[in-house]
Design a protein around this ligand. Structure first.
Ligand code: ADP
Ligand code: MG
Length: 214
């Protein structure tokens, strides 16, 4: 039988992501204070709080309407670079998922890949630029590989989350070539990228939501 995740698992993911960036807001801000303008935690917490408020009255039933609501809310509520980037991620995910109430492993992997492609199209970052790209790219690559190897969905998404965390950690020695941190040049080395840190949280909360689904 093909394993699928229903829309309520996506809602749980969004909820967990919002909770986690709010809990880790000070850490994300601390990372951004080292190489940016100390607002990444506030940006993510504000955006995801706005998303939670939008969804409180009732989440849309289909994956595309749900993810589109998340993306549009992030674009309109977050002023920093991360708002349009995460907003695009969710909007492209929505378009890829389509009007369905459940996603199988292929559908989920394709939607996350589409979201990542949207971030690349919007921000033009490449591997090693020290951005959220460096956590997202290994995550979607690991997910595709795990799905191609017919691993079960919880295992595949956990592999993606682990790859995102490794990608986040690998940003530490890098010199930033995109975003505000690039203004620091060589002085941006020696710190984790805040957007890579929030992107690792994005994949970690997805893995947790899928592992704990009832
Ligand atoms: P701002 O830089 O406007 O203050 P945030 O602090 O919320 O916005 O987000 C900063 C993060 O955004 C960076 O750590 C980086 O991961 C990500 N970022 C910035 N520019 C780009 C880009 N062009 N492509 C991908 N990610 C980017
Ligand atoms: Mg910032």
């Amino acid at each position: 039988m093909t394993d699928t995740i229903a829309s309520d698992v996506l809602v749980d993911w969004i909820d967990r992501f919002g909770g986690a960036v709010t809990e880790q807001r000070d850490w994300l801000t601390e990372l951004d204070s080292a190489i940016g303008d100390a607002d990444h935690g506030a940006n993510m917490a504000r955006g995801m709080t706005a998303v939670a408020e939008r969804l409180r009255a009732g989440a849309p039933a289909t994956a595309d309407d749900l993810l589109k609501t998340v993306g549009m809310t992030l674009v309109s509520s977050v002023g920093g670079a991360s708002g349009p980037l995460y907003g695009t991620f969710f909007l492209r995910m929505a378009a890829s998922a389509g009007p369905v109430t459940e996603l199988d492993a292929d559908g989920l992997a394709a939607a996350l890949r589409a979201g990542f492609d949207g971030v690349v199209a919007r921000g033009k970052a490449e591997a090693g630029d020290k951005t959220m790209y460096d956590a997202m790219a290994p995550a979607v690559d690991a997910l595709d590989a795990a799905v191609a190897a017919a691993q079960d969905l919880p295992t595949a998404v956990r592999a993606a989350a682990d790859a995102a965390a490794a990608g986040r950690d690998a940003t530490e020695p890098l010199v930033a070539r995109k975003g505000r941190a690039s203004y620091l040049g060589e002085r941006s080395a020696g710190h984790l990228d805040p957007g890579a840190a929030s992107a690792a949280i994005l994949f970690d909360t997805l893995a947790a939501a899928i592992a704990d689904r009832s």
